[in-house]
Design a protein around this ligand. Structure first.
Ligand code: NAP
Length: 278
């Protein structure tokens, strides 16, 4: 599979398999199926409540650990130095792994909830740098960080974040934030790449897809890849997992890329990192 390369030389497979809202009782099975279909990048998080089952799916697949790229995320209630170190160890134990490929701060502490939001993000990051220095994680990054969160953290960080994972899809493009993150040397990953299925009936995406004999979902993923964004996609349905994986055998024309880039805002999750209260 194609890869993106982080500034520290670590390579990430160019499509990630998402695990948000995957029920515990199916998680081990679908993670194993995804690996058998060829996915080599699994996006997990403590708050999804299924890390043990993700770990079981990885184990059941029998794949070599080195062949797989596994991401974990620190949940918001564990911000701070000591609690981050503890939460990381629980994630590692639940996944039955002895290192992670990427660990992300799931959401920034924001000014709406915390007068000391900058300090809180910095203290969390200090623990991330320790985990990185100790070799327990091969790369470290953030998620849902807006420009001001990044500016503040970049001032503090000794090891600069390598990834920003944010909501991006044709209905919520975040062009400025993506470009800004990339200008800081980060790889941008997209969550909700299919608009969490809210975009898949869009007539423009469907008619563009017909030209290439592809679905609206595949058009979304291809559009992201051609913008140098690494898409994550979740499906528990084998045919869709397969479909989402088959996005490396066609190229959207310049005209089609532009037609998608001017689509009006739609399918946004409404989760603004400055406004959320979790
Ligand atoms: N950092 C963050 O804050 C954050 C937030 C949200 C998500 N994420 C990560 O990003 C991943 C992807 O985002 P997401 O899961 O929210 O949304 P998504 O991947 O945009 O959409 C998932 C939905 O689309 C459906 N679907 C998938 N492929 C399809 C296809 N080819 N045709 C029709 N329907 C399809 C799935 O249904 P079925 O499963 O029923 O097939 C599911 O309902 C997550 O799983 C998670 O790992 C991160």
């Amino acid at each position: 599979m194609e890869t993106f390369t982080l500034y520290n030389g670590i390579k990430i497979p160019s499509l990630g398999y998402g695990t948000f809202k995957t029920e515990e009782n199916v998680t081990a099975k679908v993670v194993q199926e995804a690996i058998e279909l060829g996915y080599r990048h699994i996006d997990a998080a403590a708050i999804y409540g299924n890390e043990k089952e993700v770990g079981q799916g990885i184990k059941n697949s029998g794949i070599n650990r080195e062949a797989l790229f596994v991401t974990g995320k620190l949940w918001n209630e564990h911000r701070g130095y000591e609690s981050t170190l503890k939460a990381f160890q629980k994630t590692l134990d639940d996944l039955q792994l002895d290192y992670l490929d990427l660990y992300l701060i799931h959401w920034p502490a924001n000014a709406k909830q915390f007068a000391n939001w900058q300090e809180l993000n910095n203290e969390t990051w200090r623990a991330f740098e320790k985990l990185y220095a100790d070799g327990k994680v091969k790369s470290i990054g953030v998620s849902n960080f807006l420009k001001h969160h990044l500016e503040s953290l970049f001032e503090f960080a000794t090891v600069k974040p390598m990834v920003n994972q944010i909501e991006i899809h044709p209905g919520h493009q975040q062009q400025d934030l993506a470009k800004y993150s990339q200008s800081l040397g980060m790889v941008v990953e997209s969550w909700g790449s299919l608009g969490q299925a809210r975009l898949l009936d869009n007539p423009v995406l469907k008619s563009i897809g017909e030209k290439y004999k592809k679905s609206a979902a595949q058009v979304c993923l291809r559009w992201l890849l051609q913008r140098d964004i690494l898409p994550l996609a979740k499906s528990i349905t084998q045919s869709r997992m397969q479909q989402n994986f088959n996005v490396f055998d066609f190229t959207l024309s310049k005209e089609d890329m532009e037609a998608i880039s001017i689509l009006p805002e739609q399918g946004f999750s409404e989760l603004n990192p400055d406004e959320v209260e979790f």
